[in-house]
Write a protein that binds this ligand. Structure first.
Ligand SMILES: [Zn+2]
Length: 295
């Protein structure tokens, strides 16, 4: 069963949707969204628009404390003709909500060591401004392009934000730090307030955002490649998220001696040191200025 809470101000404004636990073991968003719902039921009000809260998008995975139940809900997010996995039955619910959404904030945490960062959406000027207003310093972008190269069917790479954009919304995923970071839930909570403030949905005196990051200090990494672990192998060192590497540097070595080297100077993104054979191992990107909007 999927539970959601909607706050309808009856005053025209943006329709913001908050997702937590799209991956069941990433609970910072769940905690933050429930905390916000509590506040909105007590002493906080929205001044315009509609807020839809889904604290747990994948209930069975959340119950088990695992990333997914039968398949990754954040890939291949579209309505299936013949649903078979548990997550296939969630697709229509999330897609239906996103069809009626102007702005999506999807809150995650990740398995590597490292701090919070956002997936910058650059589909429009408006989307870039929204992402940069969320109090996050580090961004990666170009996710769909990097995935498009690896997947035969482009829908396979479609997650919550890609689906949201495909139906006209602006959207971002914020990774609030490692799954077990003590402050991940606090970061998620502040991120929501940054979004509400940016969208003019709360009075600025109500914003619990903490100190904002100066825009000139924000960093942008363009995703270039996703590396899957095709066979048994290991990384030469325990890569951390945002580690910088030089062109030609060995990123990983397979048991049979084959190596993966950095195609150019760049940055390691979201390494999963415990990746299973066939799974996503790490991503590779390069640092750039803030990208221009695509439209
Ligand atoms: Zn996640």
């Amino acid at each position: 069963m999927l539970s959601m809470t909607r706050f309808e101000t009856l005053i025209p404004g943006p329709r913001l949707t908050l997702f937590g636990a799209v991956h069941g073991n990433e609970t910072c968003g769940t905690y933050a969204i429930r905390r916000l719902i509590d506040r909105l039921n007590k002493d906080l009000s929205l001044c315009r628009g509609t807020l839809t809260c889904v604290p747990v998008c994948n209930p069975k995975a959340y119950e088990k404390g695992t990333r997914f139940y039968q398949r990754n809900l954040n890939r291949a997010l579209y309505i299936k003709e013949k649903p078979k996995d548990y997550e296939d039955f969630i697709d229509p619910v999330l897609c239906g909500l996103l069809d009626e959404t102007d702005v999506l904030l999807d809150l995650h945490s990740y398995a590597s060591q490292g701090g919070p960062f956002g997936f910058l959406g650059n589909s429009s000027k408006e989307e870039i401004a929204y992402c940069r207003a969320l109090g996050v310093n580090d961004f990666v972008y170009g996710w769909a392009d990097a995935f498009g190269k690896a997947d035969a069917d482009p829908r396979e790479g479609m997650g919550t934000v890609e689906y949201a954009r495909s139906v006209g919304a602006i959207a971002t995923t914020i990774e609030c730090g490692h799954h077990t970071n003590e402050d991940a839930a606090e970061i998620a909570y502040r991120t929501i307030f940054h979004a509400l403030e940016h969208l003019g949905m709360i009075a600025s005196g109500d914003a619990e955002t903490g100190l904002a990051v100066p825009a000139h200090e924000q960093r942008f990494v363009q995703m270039r490649t996703v590396f899957y672990k095709r066979k048994e192998g290991a990384t030469p060192q325990p890569w951390k998220h945002y580690d910088t590497v030089a062109q030609g540097e060995v990123l990983a070595t397979y048991a049979d001696g084959e190596t993966i080297v950095a195609p150019e100077d760049g940055v390691i993104i979201l390494p999963k040191l415990q990746a299973v054979v066939g799974g996503e191992w790490f991503y590779f990107g390069v640092e750039t200025p803030c990208p221009e909007p695509l439209s």
